[in-house]
Design a protein around this ligand. Structure first.
Ligand SMILES: Cc1cc2nc3c(=O)[nH]c(=O)nc-3n(C[C@H](O)[C@H](O)[C@H](O)COP(=O)(O)OP(=O)(O)OC[C@H]3O[C@@H](n4cnc5c(N)ncnc54)[C@H](O)[C@@H]3O)c2cc1C
Length: 435
């Protein structure tokens, strides 16, 4: 329930994009409220305490290649800790139906697979924040899928599996559904370097969790928050914006910032309607699906990583997330729609194939695809949509502004992108209100 009926700015959605925009606007002296449908802030970042372990069910890993989120971590003095399986002592890969342990002598072959796949990326994303810099090169390849690229290369069986599995995790979809251009952009953000790419993807997590960063931003910002307040409709005129919640409450503001996930944007009613491209993109949905599924296992399996193609195993990848003497937790990824419903008995042989002797005690996770307020995991654009959506999705419409990790310019699909987009949008909104 809002304290007032009128604000300078209403922010719709309280994930990282929303709270960052709210903080930056309130600190510029603009009265700002965040309306969040859930009973908590943080959106697609959320945690569970599991038998003494803090486990992030959504967005988790951050890195200094991500300037905005790293600056926030430094600003608020938050610590990070390492994820053991990201720097694994043992990597088990399922190749041609058989699990093999990656040998030191194969490391070169493994990394070369990535270098072959991404060989064009320097020319296509010489500047990964600027699609216009190599516009023609992006457009020429926009329709290509990850599968198209994989099929065009002469890869060894090891490379085909390790690279294929990694790309399935990165896009959270099968190679035929994921955009090759999008994968190249992410690779370019880590300076075309495998080690940096791997470390950015899954090495460092906030010791006290992402919730500690959301809380630090919120406390510092001092903006108003209304939880359990879903927005139903938004009307905007040259005078300002009127926002109506599901319970019928109406708030007026000079500006609104819409931060709801791309896949649910079309559920809100806008008058006048959103641009056709925004509506099309939201209804089409990004392809980031799949499940992050956790396994609580007995004892300490060591620092392990597993990789497979989704055609060979329900588990495309996993790695040790938390180690303990009595029990540990592995973080895994699956493209199977029922991954979170599978029983311990169903998962036991799947995991044991990669980690002999492992004993699965429980499995858990959050179904982000089935969650009405996200309807997907992290954002990966579809093949054939990158050139059309990149500029259009964040484009302002009248007094409506749009911020989201789902359409950030650089680290699209990441916490970093959400913070960068929220921060950039706050500057635009504040500028528009400068008298
Ligand atoms: C399983 C998983 C793992 C991930 N791993 C990583 C990772 O390791 N590192 C990383 O950087 N990123 C990761 N991500 C991605 C990252 O979490 C997201 O990109 C980022 O959190 C998105 O932030 P956002 O603010 O744009 O959107 P969200 O966090 O989705 O926030 C949008 C908010 O809008 C709210 N909302 C929706 N509809 C309405 C409505 N009608 N009215 C009011 N509020 C509404 C939602 O409840 C939500 O709180 C992961 C995501 C998932 C799901």
């Amino acid at each position: 329930m809002a304290a007032k009926t009128s604000y300078d700015v209403v922010i719709i959605g309280g994930g990282f994009a929303g709270v960052t925009a709210a903080r930056d606007l309130q600190k510029r002296g603009l009265s700002t409220i965040v309306l969040e449908a859930r009973d908590r802030l943080g959106g697609r970042t959320f945690y569970e305490e599991r038998n003494g372990f803090h486990v992030e069910l959504g967005g988790t890993w951050i890195h200094w290649t991500q300037p905005f989120v790293w600056a926030e971590k430094e600003r608020y003095g938050l610590e990070v800790q390492e994820t053991p399986g990201c720097v694994a002592e043992r990597i088990a890969i399922k190749i041609d139906g058989k699990v093999q342990e990656l040998q030191e002598a194969q490391l070169g072959e493994f990394v070369e697979g990535f270098e072959h796949f991404f060989a064009e990326s320097k020319g296509v994303w010489e500047r990964p924040y600027d699609i216009h810099h190599c516009w023609e090169a992006v457009c020429e390849r926009d329709a290509l899928t990850v599968a198209d690229r994989l099929n065009a290369l002469d890869l060894t069986p090891l490379q085909r599996t390790s690279l294929g599995g990694f790309l399935e995790i990165l896009s959270m979809n099968q190679p035929q559904n994921a955009s090759y251009v999008e994968m190249m952009r992410t690779w370019s953000l880590t300076a075309w370097n495998y080690q940096l790419f791997n470390d950015t993807a899954a090495r460092y997590k906030l010791t006290k969790g992402t919730a500690a960063l959301v809380e630090a931003i919120t406390r510092d910002g001092g903006f108003e928050v209304a939880l359990s307040t879903a927005v139903r409709s938004v009307q905007h005129t040259s005078e300002g914006v009127s926002v109506t919640t599901e319970s019928g409450e109406r708030l007026m503001a000079q500006r609104a910032v819409v931060t709801v996930p791309l896949n649910v944007l079309h559920n809100l009613h806008f008058d006048p309607p959103l641009s056709e491209v925004k509506l099309e993109a939201s209804k089409l949905k990004h392809v980031g699906g799949g499940c992050k599924v956790f396994f609580e296992v007995g004892g300490d399996p060591g620092a392990v990583m597993t990789l497979s193609r989704s055609t060979d195993s329900p588990l495309i990848g996993s790695f040790t997330y938390k180690r303990g003497e009595k029990h540990s937790v592995l973080a895994g990824f699956s493209l199977e729609p029922d991954a979170l419903e599978k029983s311990v008995d169903e998962w036991q042989p799947v995991l044991e194939e990669f980690i002999p002797g492992v004993k699965v005690l429980s499995t858990f996770g959050h179904d982000w695809g089935g969650d009405d307020l996200s309807q997907g995991s992290w954002c990966t654009y579809r093949p054939g949509t990158v050139a059309r959506f990149t500029d259009e999705l964040p484009r302002q419409e009248g007094h409506l502004y749009f911020a989201s990790g789902d359409h950030a310019q650089g680290w699209r699909g990441f916490i970093e992108g959400a913070i960068a987009s929220g921060s950039r949008t706050a500057v635009q909104v504040a500028e528009s209100l400068r008298t």
